[in-house]
Design a protein around this ligand. Structure first.
Ligand code: UGA
Ligand code: MN
Length: 298
């Protein structure tokens, strides 16, 4: 009787083990069915695997210029941006601080980031009227790309504010640019989106904006275009001017027209001109007085 119940337990256990094995095989087979869409783009691979090293690097380099300045939100903006940049292959980040010297916060931050970065600094002039805030920094970095990078290696130049929101697919789109390209930007120009909205055969057919509609040849935001380094080297003196419609002047000065600029991804927003709310830290002085602890870098 004892032997019989022992045999019974053994049989039950064997059946259980066999059952689990069958379920496992089934799960494995299902997940490896070649039915799924073949992943080809670097972005999709990066998004799904979070491992850019397994992806062959695209041959066209992107030089992204970011002007940044000291404020309570700076480190959080740079963190968000840098973690996104980690997912982009063949990318050179040109970070230019709006300051007389390089600050320890940004220097340490960039060193720790492990990214392919060039760290520059240049103090912007005091803003007059509606002129751009980051004019000198942007132009300084632009010339740095012309003088140090573009002569050795061609690529695409993109101006990347530290507070915008970027879809990784945007960077794959811009790599295919031959001369200069434009795309729509969300949450800007006093409308939901502005820039090219109808494109055919790689050219823009229709633009949309709510700001300086008649005054601008190119109705687009700084985040809505990129230029090839070949064009920047052909026009070595072209830089951003001290006007509110600086993107427009820049593209016109480069010899582009709304008909010659390449239109990309006109039917979907891949970048948003988001802005971070200024944080209320008016009670910080009381906290410093009350808590006798070393201030943590924010
Ligand atoms: C708008 C445009 O989208 C920007 O591309 C343009 O450069 C900017 O205006 C301008 O007028 O200069 P907005 O959101 O108003 O953008 O500007 P911010 O995001 O405050 O500044 C744009 C970039 O310049 C950011 O990366 C920011 O960190 C930097 N910045 C801003 C400075 O380096 N110094 C400043 O004093 C202010
Ligand atoms: Mn901004």
């Amino acid at each position: 009787m004892k032997y019989l119940s022992f045999l019974y337990v053994v049989i039950i256990m064997a059946l259980l083990i066999l059952g689990t094995a069958i379920v496992n095989i089934d799960v494995k087979e299902r997940s490896s069915t070649p039915n799924r869409k073949v992943v080809t783009s670097h972005v999709t691979s990066a998004l799904t695997s979070h491992d850019t090293t397994s992806v062959t690097s695209p041959s066209v380099k992107i030089y992204a210029i970011t002007s940044t300045y000291k404020r309570p939100e700076q480190k959080s903006e740079l963190t968000r941006l840098s973690h996104m940049i980690k997912l982009i292959p063949n990318f050179h980040w040109v970070v230019i601080e709006d300051s007389k010297g390089k600050t320890p916060l940004v220097s340490n931050f960039l060193k720790k980031s492990g990214l392919n970065v060039t760290h520059l600094c240049k103090k912007n002039a005091k803003r007059i009227g509606h002129g751009p805030k980051d004019l000198l920094t942007r132009n300084f970095a632009l010339n740095w790309v012309r003088n140090h990078l573009a002569k050795k290696e061609k690529g695409i130049v993109y101006f990347m504010d530290d507070d915008n929101t970027y879809d990784l697919r945007l960077f794959e789109e811009m790599r295919t640019t031959e001369i200069a390209a434009a795309w729509p930007v969300g949450l800007v120009g006093k409308v939901l989106y502005e820039g090219p909205v109808v494109c055919r055969g790689g050219r823009v057919q229709k633009w949309r904006t709510g700001w300086k509609v008649e005054k601008r040849t190119f109705k687009l935001d700084m985040a809505g275009f990129c230029v090839h380094t070949d064009l920047l080297l052909q026009k070595p003196d072209v830089k951003f001017k001290d006007v509110s419609t600086l993107e427009d002047f820049f593209l016109v000065d480069l010899g582009l027209t709304p008909k010659t600029i390449e239109g990309k991804h006109c039917d979907e927003i891949l970048v948003w001109h988001t802005r971070t709310e200024v944080t209320d830290i008016s009670h910080e002085k009381y906290a410093i007085a009350r808590y006798n602890v070393t201030l943590i870098e924010v």
